[in-house]
Write a protein that binds this ligand. Structure first.
Ligand code: S3P
Length: 172
């Protein structure tokens, strides 16, 4: 089983995936890191030098490669917050993974992202006073993809990482 974790930027996908993989003793893939290693460039640099469209193509390519290479194995895969905008990626995730949507409220997301804007190219150009509206717009544009691909939706507001990991273990 490939356990995929999805959700908006800042919900803790990478941290939770790493903890989960450690606890259930399996391999962990992070889609962004996989792309960075393949391209030998940070996600920010890929956006800056090659553009978002190129990054999105790499997401589909990397996603397909990871799921096909790990079919039949138990692995945890954390997806980037924009990976499920693409209907093609949604289909891959639905077909090959048990996908958990780590769902946070917009206010939790806003609080977290204010602290962690740095390495997120999508957020680079947002000015302080336009922040809330832009986060809301991005969140709403991505939510359908999360809902559409998820086998299970897990509320993460006000929960510790350990609590979230335990709840995941209980449903997989
Ligand atoms: C993106 C989210 C990022 C990363 C890239 C684009 C997005 O992943 O894939 O910066 O479009 O929402 P995280 O959700 O891990 O920050």
């Amino acid at each position: 089983m490939i356990i995929a974790l999805t959700g908006f930027m800042g919900v803790g996908k990478t941290t939770i995936s790493e903890k989960l993989a450690k606890l259930i003793l399996c391999k962990h893939y992070d889609l962004d890191k996989y792309i960075e290693e393949r391209e030998n460039m940070s996600v920010s640099d890929i956006f800056a030098k090659r553009g978002e469209l190129y990054f999105r193509r790499m997401e589909t390519f990397a996603l397909r490669e990871i799921v096909l290479r790990n079919e039949g194995d138990i692995v945890v895969l954390s997806l980037g917050g924009g990976a499920l905008i693409s209907p093609e990626n949604q289909e891959i995730v639905k077909k090959y993974t048990y996908c958990i949507y780590l769902k946070a409220s917009l206010s939790t997301i806003i609080t977290r992202l204010r602290r962690a804007k740095k390495n997120r190219p999508i957020l680079n150009e947002i000015s302080e006073n336009g922040e809330e509206a832009r986060f809301k717009e991005l969140f709403e544009a991505r939510e359908e993809g999360y809902n559409n691909s998820a086998s299970f939706i897990l509320d993460v507001d006000n929960k510790s990482i350990r609590q979230i990991v335990d709840e995941i273990i209980a449903v997989i």
